[in-house]
Design a protein around this ligand. Structure first.
Ligand SMILES: CC(C)(COP(=O)(O)OP(=O)(O)OC[C@H]1O[C@@H](n2cnc3c(N)ncnc32)[C@H](O)[C@@H]1OP(=O)(O)O)[C@@H](O)C(=O)NCCC(=O)NCCS
Length: 238
C-alpha cells in the first residue's frame, strides 16, 4: 500500500519529519542510554520506543546530524542532541519524529491518534464547555471527522511543545483550542495575569513560577507574606 505523508504534510519545510506506517522499524537497534530508559518495559512498549527512535535517526541524518541516542528525561520528554529540538509520537500502525534546528525553532510538538471517537466520558475531562460547543458546530460544518479526537490530539501536541520549553505541566483545561475545518488550530493558554489602572497608566503582569517543588514553596511563602491586593481601580477612560 502506498501511503502519503501525514505529519510531514503539516510541518514547515524547515522541519524534518520521518514517519513509519507499519511495523518495519519495530526491532530497530537502540543505543545503551536508550536501552537503559526502556529496561523492563513490555514488548509492545519496547517496539514503539525502538521504532520511533529509528524515525529519529532518519530525521537526524536528513538534517545533517550524526546518529545519537534520544533517551527520556524523568518527565518523559525526549532528550535531543545539542542543536536539535523535536518531538515524537506513536500509535497503532504509525510512528513519527519531527526535528528542527534550535536556531530556527524553540519548540515542536506532534501527536498522532487513531481516527476514531474518544472513549465515553473522556471528552468532558479534556474539553471546556465552549470547546465542546464548538465541536458540535464543526461536526455540522464538516461531518465524517472525529472532531473530539482531533481536539484531544491537538492538545497533546500543544503539551509536547509547551513542556520542554517551560518545564511545566499544562492540564487539558489550561489551554483553550479553536479548530478550523481548513486544517489549522490555535491554542490560547489560560495563564493567570493581573492588570491595574492608576496614575493615568495601565499596567499588566504575567508571572509564571519556576517548575519544581522548591520554587513552588518559595512562591507560596512570598504570596503568604505579601500584602492583600489593592482595591479595584476606577475603570473609566480619561
Ligand atoms: C505525554 C503525553 C502528551 C504523550 O502523549 P500520548 O498520546 O500518550 O503518546 P504519544 O505516543 O503520542 O507520545 C509519546 C511520546 O511523547 C513524548 N513525551 C512524553 N512526555 C513528554 C513531555 N513531558 N514533553 C514532551 N514530549 C513528551 C515522548 O517522546 C514519548 O515517546 P517515548 O516515550 O517513546 O519517548 C500524554 O501521555 C500526556 O501526559 N498528556 C497530558 C498532558 C496534556 O496533553 N495536556 C494538554 C495541554 S492542552
Amino acid at each position: 500500500m502506498v501511503v502519503s505523508a501525514l505529519l510531514a504534510s503539516i510541518v514547515p519545510p524547515e522541519v524534518v519529519a520521518a514517519e513509519a506506517f507499519g511495523d518495519e522499524c519495530d526491532g530497530a537497534p537502540l543505543f545503551p542510554a536508550e536501552e537503559a530508559a526502556i529496561a523492563g518495559a513490555a514488548p509492545k512498549r519496547r517496539r514503539e520506543f525502538a521504532a520511533v527512535r529509528a524515525c529519529a535517526r532518519r530525521a537526524l541524518a536528513s538534517a545533517g546530524f550524526d546518529a545519537a541516542p534520544v533517551p527520556r528525561a524523568p518527565s518523559g520528554a525526549p532528550v535531543w542532541p545539542p542543536g536539535v529540538v523535536g518531538s515524537m509520537t506513536h500509535c497503532e500502525g504509525y510512528r513519527a519524529c519531527t526535528i528542527g534546528r534550535t536556531e530556527a525553532f524553540s519548540a515542536i510538538g506532534i501527536d498522532a491518534e487513531p481516527h476514531d471517537l474518544l472513549p465515553d466520558g473522556v471528552l468532558p475531562m479534556v474539553a471546556s464547555e465552549p470547546e465542546r460547543a464548538a465541536l458540535a458546530g464543526l461536526a455540522a460544518a464538516a461531518p465524517g471527522l472525529c472532531w473530539d479526537r482531533i481536539l484531544f490530539s491537538a492538545k497533546e501536541s500543544v503539551y509536547k511543545a509547551w513542556f520542554p520549553a517551560t518545564g511545566r505541566w499544562l492540564g487539558f483545561t489550561d489551554a483553550e483550542l479553536t479548530l478550523h475545518p481548513s486544517g489549522t488550530f490555535a491554542a490560547r493558554l489560560l495563564v493567570p495575569g493581573r492588570w491595574t489602572v492608576r496614575h493615568g497608566l495601565i499596567a499588566t503582569a504575567v508571572v509564571v513560577p519556576a517548575a519544581g517543588e522548591a520554587a513552588a514553596g518559595a512562591a507560596a511563602a512570598r504570596t503568604a507574606a505579601s500584602p492583600p491586593p489593592a482595591p479595584a481601580p476606577p475603570l473609566s477612560c480619561p
